[in-house]
Design a protein around this ligand. Structure first.
Ligand SMILES: NC(=O)c1ccc[n+]([C@@H]2O[C@H](COP(=O)([O-])OP(=O)(O)OC[C@H]3O[C@@H](n4cnc5c(N)ncnc54)[C@H](OP(=O)(O)O)[C@@H]3O)[C@@H](O)[C@H]2O)c1
Length: 287
């Protein structure tokens, strides 16, 4: 039986990138919809779950994407509401690459230091990737500082994460210039730069002089990069006594996780692959 993937994307044009990865990872047929709103989801999902016998529904699955991650989370809620008991299919949410990217960043960090008990800092932490990295790191036992240009914004996001995961919360920091970034980096062993594309968040001087820093990971591939002096292709390269990753250096792990998650969708019909599940799958790949 052919594997069908229903791609529901909030953007007007559903992502070509996501479709290519899906086809390369076991989707035989793609039904692709763009500009999808939560109220349209039930009809689209019912067409998928009521056409094949329950025992065959592992051959049908849903992928939620688009550039607006909050919108995709709303689509996910609508998808879950559209299922009827066993009449359901597995679902993956990776809007804007948020879950696979955050998972890959945390996994790359964990290759070089024990996450449990580590002090981590996420710059640009209020974005979807940074928030997910913070959640994953806290669940892995790290102490997490989450920085924004605005302390109020960081506080609001940290509070939200704390109430969502209930096992801890990141510590909010304001970081917008060399002085405040250096202060946020004090005692930090793992740095993840998750700021917007094309924005440098840390100067080479500040990073190189952060004496406790062991691993520095930059997720911004668009020049200028987020961590000055780290090349986007760098992958576990030692520089200034720190292990450094650039965005493309993390990208291989991200792509492996994305492909494995699509393959996993077709193994059963009751999976929901969101940040935590995608991270767990990435950890399986690490062996
Ligand atoms: N390799 C991949 O496949 C992949 C996939 C997804 C994402 N990414 C990259 O991962 C990074 C994070 O993604 P995202 O979607 O979470 O990012 P985002 O939402 O675009 O930005 C993250 C945060 O950056 C801060 N920011 C925005 N403009 C800024 C500016 N001019 N100066 C300083 N800070 C600024 C904002 O925080 P405050 O307003 O709170 O300061 C924002 O919440 C991006 O660089 C993205 O390109 C890579």
């Amino acid at each position: 039986m052919k594997n069908i993937l229903l791609q529901l994307d909030g953007d007007t044009q559903p992502s070509t990138f996501d479709a290519v990865v899906a086809v390369d990872s076991g989707a035989d047929v793609m039904f692709r919809h763009g500009g999808v709103t939560p109220d349209q989801v039930a009809g689209l999902v019912h067409g998928l779950i009521f056409t094949r016998a329950p025992g065959k529904l592992n051959h049908s699955a849903i992928y939620l994407g688009g550039s607006n991650v909050d919108h995709a989370e709303q689509l996910l809620q609508a998808v879950n509401k559209s299922f009827y008991g066993p009449m359901r299919v597995s679902v993956m949410m990776d809007a804007n690459g948020s879950n696979t990217t955050a998972s890959a960043a945390v996994i790359c960090g964990g290759r070089h230091l024990p996450l449990k008990g580590a002090q981590a800092l996420i710059l640009g932490g209020t974005g979807p990737v940074g928030q997910r990295a913070a959640r994953l790191l806290i669940r892995a036992g790290a102490n997490v500082r989450l920085a924004s240009r605005s302390l109020e914004k960081a506080q609001a996001v940290c509070q939200q994460i704390g109430s969502d995961i209930e096992i801890g919360a990141p510590e909010p920091y304001a970081a917008s210039d060399d002085k405040s970034v250096a202060a946020a980096l004090e005692g930090v062993q793992l740095l993840i730069a998750a700021g917007a594309a094309g924005v440098t968040l840390v100067s080479k001087e500040v990073r190189a002089s952060s004496s406790d820093l062991k691993v520095a990971i930059d997720l911004n591939a668009v020049p200028p990069v987020g961590l000055e002096g780290i090349g986007s292709l760098d992958k576990g390269i030692e520089q200034d006594g720190q292990i450094c990753y650039g965005a493309i250096g993390v990208g291989g792990t991200k792509m492996a996780i994305h492909r494995a998650a699509i393959e996993r969708l077709f193994t059963r019909n009751d999976l929901t692959l969101n940040a935590e599940e995608i991270y767990a799958l990435g950890m399986e790949l690490e062996g």
